[in-house]
Design a protein around this ligand. Structure first.
Ligand SMILES: NC(=O)c1ccc[n+]([C@@H]2O[C@H](COP(=O)([O-])OP(=O)(O)OC[C@H]3O[C@@H](n4cnc5c(N)ncnc54)[C@H](O)[C@@H]3O)[C@@H](O)[C@H]2O)c1
Length: 246
């Protein structure tokens, strides 16, 4: 397994789901992990920073605090996200702006703050968790689709701008993942007839199952590690083959 011994990592959304799995794999392999979340963090190995990522002014304050507390940041993993349903004909502008603030602007600001710190040592790794919604759209998901498509574009821009500073920037795009984000109105879409009929029985999803958060975290971890020396500006799709089928 890859070593993160001596590395300091920031993981947003690390209190639950994919973010918690990313924080776990990094800590299991030696990293000191700071979690940015508005919910409480269960793993006592991590240093928790309570922050609402929609609050732009709070982000710089908390970023400075992490560097003061832990000395530096070597790895940034932007995982936190929200996925509201809102049809375009009922467009709720405030909801749209909040989704963009959490899913797109917060990762950009954290890349700005921590990228500047990584640049001092001319080394760093950044991984942004996007979604297959970065390339494929769904009715009712305009804000989410825009935010994830935007985050994929910005991942490439950041890779170009930060390359000379020794910082590699990539994205991981999950498909279906077994987290609470898959629960709508108290029902997991992964248990629904819709998922079983279309994705499992009709093989729209070649691997016929959702992933576990750890399967996404393992892909993130490799891109964030020193084993990755030459991959930058890429989006690694981890979706069980979902987006490969015509
Ligand atoms: N679950 C899926 O099927 C799936 C698929 C593709 C992509 N993703 C992406 O993976 C990421 C993680 O999703 P998940 O499934 O683990 O969801 P989750 O709800 O289990 O975890 C999201 C975490 O982000 C935190 N968070 C959300 N908004 C925040 C805010 N404003 N300020 C601070 N913290 C905030 C939550 O508190 C939570 O701990 C998201 O970006 C999501 O878009 C998820």
């Amino acid at each position: 397994m890859i070593s993160f011994e001596g590395k300091v990592a920031v993981v947003t959304g690390g209190a639950n789901g994919i973010g918690a799995a990313v924080a776990k794999v990094l800590a299991d392999n030696g990293a000191s992990v700071a979690v940015f979340d508005r919910e409480s963090v269960n793993d006592s190995r991590h240093k928790a920073y309570e922050v609402d990522l929609a609050d732009q002014s709070a982000l710089e304050v908390v970023a400075k605090k992490v560097i003061a507390d832990l000395g530096r940041v070597d790895i940034l993993i932007n995982v936190a996200g929200m996925c509201p349903t809102n049809m375009l004909l009922d467009l709720d502008v405030r909801l749209y702006e909040k989704t963009l603030a959490v899913n797109l602007l917060a990762p950009m600001l954290l890349m700005k703050f921590f990228g500047a710190d990584m640049a001092k040592r001319k080394t760093g790794r950044i991984v942004n968790v996007t979604s297959i919604h970065g390339k494929l759209s769904e009715p009712g998901a305009a804000a989410y689709d825009a935010s994830k498509g935007g985050l994929e574009a910005v991942t490439r821009t950041a890779a170009l701008e930060l390359a000379d500073l020794g910082i590699l920037v990539n994205g991981v795009a999950p498909g279906f993942v077994n987290t609470r984000m898959s629960v709508v109105n108290g029902v997991s879409e992964l248990e629904s007839e819709w998922f079983k009929n279309i994705y499992q029985e009709n093989a729209r999803l070649p691997l016929k199952r959702a992933s576990e958060p750890s399967e996404i975290a393992n892909a993130v971890a490799w891109l964030a590690s020193e084993a990755n020396t030459y991959v930058t500006g890429q989006i690694l799709t981890v979706d069980g083959g979902l987006s490969s089928r015509f």
